[in-house]
Design a protein around this ligand. Structure first.
Ligand SMILES: O=C(O)CCC(=O)C(=O)O
Ligand SMILES: [Fe+2]
Length: 284
């Protein structure tokens, strides 16, 4: 483990082969490069959250984020809806499949480290996520000289899932920002490194020991940016609440048992709004 100055990011060898990452990122870039008509073949449909289009459009008069995206449910493999899986570039599906299985192993290992880090059994957190749903959002942020300071690539939000693994092309283009003590900070993207974000489910499970990070993406005046976010969701057949072994002795329990399907349903039908969604589920 290394610590990166000045952003205090912890660096570990992530173990996902460079080739797997390279293939994915080049196929995602290849997908977005196509003419609009070709991408529209994989457009979002009314009956699903997946497909090509824009995220979180809930009304006609809202200001839209300056980005295109493609969202796919990638794991478990039986849950894939191939209506939304591009066939161009020809290797796209293969690249997504390989990347998703390698990266989820990394997510599981990180969950073990995190549990250990707070003195719990490594399997405690892993067990909540292993074999559960994994979603992949591919974001394309076009450059914009005029509006770069007036529109956002992605509005402030927290991720609803547990761990998010984020990879981006062109690491020299700053896009991701995290909020800390009321201020926005740019996250340094290191070449070939994942940025790991804690999402809502981990805040709930850990009773706030791990905090769901509020983040947003800004656009660049002259350079495009592509990011791929892999979301690891917890089990959904049981209520989700703080795991007793993760609750610090003497701490008040902050979250009651939560029906996670309702939690997601509400998340995906509202505009993105910082930490507000999560806070609605906090006990008084
Ligand atoms: O583009 C980024 O760096 C952020 C993406 C993100 O936060 C998301 O897809 O949820
Ligand atoms: Fe996010």
């Amino acid at each position: 483990v290394n610590t990166c100055e000045p952003c205090e990011l912890q660096l570990i060898n992530h173990g996902v082969p460079d080739e797997v990452i390279g293939n994915l990122m080049s196929d995602v870039a290849g997908f977005f490069k196509q003419p609009l008509e070709d991408k529209k073949e994989w457009s979002q449909q009314a009956d699903s959250l997946e497909g090509y289009g824009q995220a979180f459009v809930v009304s006609d008069d809202q200001k839209l984020d300056w980005a295109d995206m493609l969202y796919l449910q990638v794991q478990p493999s039986e849950s894939r809806d191939m209506r939304f899986w591009p066939t161009r570039p020809a290797s796209f599906r293969r690249s997504v499949d390989a990347y998703s299985s390698e990266a989820r192993e990394l997510a599981y290992r990180l969950l073990e480290f995190m549990a250990k880090g707070v003195g719990a059994e490594p399997a405690s957190l892993r067990g909540v996520f292993e074999g559960q749903a994994q979603g992949m959002r591919m974001n394309y942020y076009p450059p914009c000289r005029q509006a770069a300071d007036r529109v956002l690539g992605l509005s402030p939000h927290t991720d609803p899932n547990g761990l998010t693994l984020l990879m981006q092309t062109s690491h020299d283009v700053h896009g991701l920002q995290v909020k800390r003590d009321g201020r926005w900070f740019a996250v340094e993207a290191l070449d070939g490194a994942f940025v790991v974000n804690v999402g809502d489910a981990l805040e709930i499970l850990s009773n706030g020991v791990f905090r769901s990070v509020e983040h947003r993406a800004v656009i660049h005046p002259t350079k495009e940016r592509i990011s791929v976010a892999l979301f690891h969701y917890p089990y959904q057949d049981r209520m989700l609440g703080p795991l007793p072994e993760l609750v610090k002795k003497g701490d008040k329990v902050q979250y009651g048992p939560t029906n996670y399907q309702d939690f997601l349903q509400q998340y995906f039908t509202a505009e993105l709004d910082g930490r507000k969604h999560l806070e609605r589920f906090q006990l008084e």
